[in-house]
Design a protein around this ligand. Structure first.
Ligand SMILES: C[S@@+](CC[C@H](N)C(=O)[O-])C[C@H]1O[C@@H](n2cnc3c(N)ncnc32)[C@H](O)[C@@H]1O
Length: 240
């Protein structure tokens, strides 16, 4: 069965060796080929099976666990904002690793079933009132702002790219307002990594900036994550 590889309790494991015999799904009347292929991929994905076994709401949970294993961001009692939180895997890992003193506030376009210890709201993060809703639920500064938001693709590459960039930039503009000194920002970005202009700002605002493709992120997916650690508040920057 799966070996434990993470240094922390909840989450990341070496699940690649949990593969069994490959399951094949026959095409069925009324089911599109894309749905058959999706079903086959789900049934053969060891992360899907392991997420179910551990009670995670989705395989995405492993991505945050793996990012944390590498960069050690989730600390006891952390105050965390989880942007694009549904169905809730990242929130589960954050609460598990940060303990009962942690506070997690999340938002998603889709309704997320409640998770004890978290405040999860439904709404569009890009709406004007979303930042204030999140801030009042947080009741103070955040130690970590996470964004796993992904816009639905339109099939028009330029439009898709612009939407993705807008989500990450808006997530970071929010993070600049709420992060406490020393805080962290983690966001999903695509293909070439963080856009040049945002990367430049992150390098100024944080002590360390990395890109990471967690092992559980599907190889064929262009997603990766930018991980920025050691936030310097604007006032700190101005003071030199
Ligand atoms: C990959 S899923 C997140 C999975 C989540 N991290 C987990 O572990 O369960 C991406 C989520 O981003 C959400 N999303 C995309 N655009 C959004 C927006 N403008 N505001 C809020 N949520 C958004 C989607 O609804 C979707 O649920």
């Amino acid at each position: 069965m799966a070996k434990k590889s993470g240094k922390k309790g909840g989450g990341s494991r070496n699940v690649t060796d949990a593969r069994g015999a490959r399951v094949r799904v026959k095409t069925a009347r009324g089911r599109k080929l894309s749905s058959t292929l999706w079903l086959e991929r789900q049934l053969n994905d060891p992360y899907v099976a392991e997420a179910r076994r551990l009670g995670y709401r989705g395989r995405a949970a492993f991505k945050l666990a793996e990012i944390d294993d590498k960069h050690n961001l989730l600390k006891p009692g952390s105050r965390i904002v989880d942007l694009g939180c549904a169905p809730g895997g990242w929130t589960q890992v954050a609460l598990q690793r940060c303990g009962s003193g942690a506070r997690v506030v999340g938002i998603d376009l889709l309704e997320c079933d409640p998770i004890p210890g978290a405040v999860l709201m439904t709404g569009d993060f890009m709406d004007d009132d979303a930042p204030d809703r999140l801030k009042s639920a947080l009741g103070g500064q955040a130690d970590i702002v996470l964004s796993d938001m992904a816009a639905n693709t339109t099939g028009h590459p330029k439009t898709d790219h612009l939407r993705i960039v807008a989500l990450v930039e808006t997530a970071y503009a929010f993070a600049q307002e709420v992060l406490a000194p020393g805080g962290a920002f983690v966001a999903k970005v695509f293909s070439g990594g963080t856009e040049g202009s945002l990367l430049n700002v992150l390098k100024l605002d944080f002590e360390r900036v990395f890109h990471m493709k967690p092992p559980s992120s599907r190889k064929e997916s262009p997603e990766m994550y930018v991980v920025a650690l050691g936030f310097r508040r604007k006032d700190d920057n101005q003071d030199g």
